[in-house]
Ligand binder design. Sequence first.
Ligand SMILES: [Zn+2]
Length: 303
Amino acid sequence: MRFDEGAGLDTSEVEDLRGGGGGIGGRVALGGGGLGVVGLVIYFLISQFGGVSLNPSSGSLGGVGTGQQMDNTSLAQECKTGADANRNHDCAIVGFINSIQDYWGQEFQRSGSTYRKAVTNFFNGGVNTACGSATSDVGPFYCPGDSEVYIDLNFFNELRSRFGAQGGPFAEAYVLAHEYGHHVQNLTGVSKKGTGSGPTSGSVRLELQADCYAGVWANHATTTPTESGRPLITDVTQADIDSALDTASRIGDDYIQSKLGGGRVDESKFSHGTSAQRKKWFTTGFETGEPARCDTFAARSLG
Ligand SMILES: [Zn+2]
């Protein structure tokens, strides 16, 4: 996939909490002095890849907490156009977020409602949110409490090294589009149905719907105009789609439990759906391009 070299990027859809240059901020000291390895693995398995309830803190932090300072200076300097997105990883992430939100903005408008943009926070190590504090081990996530996405971009390295995913730009776009799928669910009010665990639970249905919404965006990625009137992404190849499907298959509950969680598959703990289901729902969204086809709550079979 490629970005249109001349298209503009909007870095205001991202908040950089990484504290570049070793200054103050970015890293947050989280309480507890670190979970043990087992704790990390379990926490990771339970909450990996969004849609999670983190340690709810007493009351809402409602934004940036102690030690986190937003500084978009370098992003704003480096990420101005699609050409920047083609050569700089951070800028590519900004480009994906812009494209995803442009699509949903236009889709909501077509259906007579209003999309509210959600910021994605880049963080290193740990972060405070309205949903509580989190370390990078939880993976990227969406917090309904503050309607923001949180990601430690090192997750993408982990996808390759730990999950064995092939990675690539569009695999990363899929992850972001999945998280924005959760934002759409928050706006439509379906988020609250995402409860419980197990193969037909609300949680699994919510996650598979977010995968489907990611596919819907992928369908429209090259035809969604930005403010300039031209699409930000100029082409998406079959190899791009394959890389997204490869990632989907590496973060299925059955794959994670069997490959990373000790070998036993326990369906009662499913929260995101199997690898096959995640691929199936992304594909449904991608092939149809219609959000209405993503009604996993009405689906008799999840695949
Ligand atoms: Zn999710």
